[in-house]
Write a protein that binds this ligand. Structure first.
Ligand code: TMP
Length: 208
């Protein structure tokens, strides 16, 4: 078995990350490639408990720095329990969100200096980097309309349109300086059109 690759899907709410992560994992498995699916925050006992807190709209007044630290606490567990073991065993990892979410949401969205995120990234990731980050990019109006939730949604979904505009811009700026390890896909198109682009990008990495 070849070396496992680490692929991350990023994007604002409603960009289709979960659907497309599942699609990519299924497509790679059809090609005989072992795939482990991960998501953040979550995917471990600790991560899922932290996810409940982080998304709960009844948890009010969470300081942005506390939010950042909890995201990295969940990430640390995911790296130890899911991501590193899978890559070491030669599996691919398809991860629904990773560090770029912290740059986009906690730094650009909430205003935390990017150096704080970078410091945690260095400590917690210890040199591990995704082989490919796919940014599913869509206008905020498109993403939010797909998530339209009469109950008001989770703690993030209740944020303002301006918040998500900053998050989207944060993602696009990361991708612009990220070189070959980033691929920006226009996620406002049909599922089929997006999936064709995903197969091209991931197929190239897999040598398919
Ligand atoms: P989702 O995985 O269902 O999209 O929800 C996770 C939420 O958590 C989403 O609103 C983005 C947010 N988030 C951050 O703010 N920072 C992070 O580092 C991660 C992983 C997620």
């Amino acid at each position: 078995m070849g070396r496992g690759r680490f692929v991350v899907l990023e994007g604002i709410e409603g960009a289709g990350k979960s659907t497309h992560s599942a699609f990519l994992a299924g497509w790679l498995r059809e090609k005989g490639i072992a795939v482990v699916a991960a998501r953040e925050p979550g995917g471990t006992a600790l991560g899922e408990r932290l996810r409940e807190i982080l998304l709960d709209p009844e948890v009010t007044g969470m300081p942005p720095l506390a939010e950042l630290l909890l995201m990295f606490a969940a990430r640390s567990a995911s790296l130890n329990e899911v991501i590193r073991p899978a890559l070491e065993a030669g599996s691919w990892v398809i991860c629904d969100r990773f560090v770029d979410s912290s740059y986009a949401y906690q730094s650009r969205g909430r205003g935390i200096p990017p150096e704080y995120v970078q410091a945690l990234e260095q400590q917690v990731l210890d040199g591990l980097r995704p082989d490919l980050t796919i940014l599913l990019d869509a206008p905020v109006s498109v993403g939010l309309s797909r998530k339209d939730n009469p109950q008001g949604g989770d703690r993030f979904e209740r944020e303002s349109r301006e918040f998500f505009e900053r998050v989207r811009a944060g993602y696009l700026d990361r991708a612009a300086v990220g070189g070959d390890s980033y691929c920006v896909v226009d996620a406002s198109r049909s599922l089929e059109a997006v999936q064709t682009d995903l197969k091209d990008a991931v197929g190239e990495l897999a040598g398919l």
